[in-house]
Design a protein around this ligand. Structure first.
Ligand code: NAD
Length: 395
């Protein structure tokens, strides 16, 4: 099969196996060059949401910076006769091959992380895998969740709370800067978004792992959050998704208490940088903000991608020379370089002037597009996309 990108809105419905492999190999190489030397580095790591974006890079850092065995959980589409697998499926196969070739254990569970059956499967596999985890990373981004307690279905939405939101946004398909108007969420939409992206399922995972005695005495249990700039505050931090993130952040304190009572380590939320991932490209206004941010941070020399972020998380935050540095809300701040006042001041200055005609001049939309295609294994100069690929036996 000759595989080309087929973009529909903010997703690409095809993915290129060799391109995905090359992306994972590149990240593994970076992680290998940024080893964690601290004695306390993790040896057995569970990553929930391990196939793309922050979860994938976290798993790569755990394996290639720390030498850890990893168990990955994700929800990805395998290939069929007509269709390639999803990028996360190929990423995960690539990761397992590279990790095993380097002498580490790597096991995957492809299924719904919100379900009890996948939690039970992880517990079963963990026992075969060698025992308790000393790091758990919860990196799910999902538009929906079925609560296993009663089978109810919940849908997340990206809406402001309390007032209509009007701002400019970027139609990434048509390369148009245009205005977007989003009505405020109802109470039910706020509740449902919290059910999907809040801390309830993270807590269910923690309870299940504690019950099975699978968290080691110094285990760290980490989830990811985002705060972001003034321009996205009404739609992100003060919107439905921000409400869910607040719930997630508040859950951390309770999980720490439960873990300490059980003789385990503690739970943290790490606030990460805005980056192009499958999840973030679906959020209104974010692609425009990210395109401006990339330009500014590259000019200043502080730009990072997922792997640079997670390697810094492991090296300087989780397993550095000092106690884990946190802000006044007990959160790890990996978004420090994004939130640098110099960067944010320049965003505030550029934002009002961006229009379709000067998009390429005032932003790095070209890099945004390149990174977007790369998520699906496309746009790499070292891959010949005119050659046949086997979607079933890709590497
Ligand atoms: P992503 O879309 O790249 O990854 C999501 C992961 O979740 C994938 O591995 C996917 O397979 C998995 N997943 C989704 N639904 C699942 C299910 N039902 N069962 C099992 N696995 C499932 O997303 P991302 O951007 O890397 O986001 C990960 C976390 O990082 C989120 O909490 C997000 O809010 C946070 N974060 C993202 C950014 C950003 O800019 N991308 C910034 C800060 C924080």
């Amino acid at each position: 099969m000759i595989i080309k990108p087929r973009i529909k809105g903010f997703v690409c419905i095809t993915s290129h196996p060799s391109g995905c492999f090359a992306n994972v190999r590149e990240q593994a190489q970076y992680a290998g060059e940024n080893k964690v030397s601290h004695d306390n580095r993790p040896k057995r790591v569970l990553v929930i949401g391990s196939s793309t974006g922050y979860g994938l890079s976290s798993r790569i850092s755990a394996a290639f910076s720390c030498g850890a065995d990893t168990l990955g959980v994700y929800f990805e589409r395998p290939p069929t006769e007509e269709r390639t697998a999803s990028a996360g499926f190929y990423n995960s196969s690539a990761f397992c091959k590279l990790a095993r070739d380097a002498g580490m254990k790597a096991e995957d569970i492809n299924g719904d992380a919100f379900s009890d059956s996948v939690k039970n499967e992880v517990i079963q596999k963990a026992k075969e895998f060698g025992g308790s985890f000393d790091l758990v990373i919860y990196s799910l981004a999902s538009p929906r969740r079925t609560d296993p307690k009663d089978g109810s279905n919940y849908r997340a939405c990206l809406k402001p709370i309390g007032a209509i939101y009007k701002n400019k946004t970027l139609d990434t398909d048509k390369k148009l800067v245009k205005e977007v108007t989003i009505d405020p969420a109802t109470e039910d939409e706020i509740f449902q978004t919290e059910k999907v992206m809040g801390g309830e399922d993270w807590e269910a995972w923690t309870d299940a792992l504690l019950d099975a005695n699978l968290l080691s005495s110094d285990c760290l249990n980490l989830a990811y959050s985002y705060i972001g700039p003034q321009v996205t505050t009404p739609i992100y931090r003060n919107g439905t998704i921000g409400r869910a993130k607040l719930h997630l952040e508040n859950t951390a304190a309770r999980l720490t208490e439960k873990m300490r009572n059980a003789g385990s380590g503690g739970a943290y939320v790490s606030v990460n940088k805005a980056l192009v991932t499958q999840a973030s490209s679906a959020i209104p206004v974010v692609p425009l903000y990210v395109s401006i941010l990339y330009k500014i941070m590259q000019e200043i020399g502080t730009h990072e991608g997922c792997i640079e972020q997670t390697c810094r998380l492991f090296k300087d935050r989780l397993y550095g020379e000092t106690d884990i540095p946190v802000d006044e809300e007990n959160r790890i701040r990996l978004d420090d370089l994004e939130m640098d006042p110099v960067v944010q001041q320049r965003i505030v200055e550029i934002w009002p002037s961006v229009v379709t005609e000067n998009l390429l001049e005032l932003t790095d939309f070209a890099l945004y597009q390149k990174e977007f295609l790369k998520l699906f294994g496309f746009g790499r100069s070292d891959i010949d996309y005119n050659l046949e690929s086997d979607p079933f036996n890709p590497f």
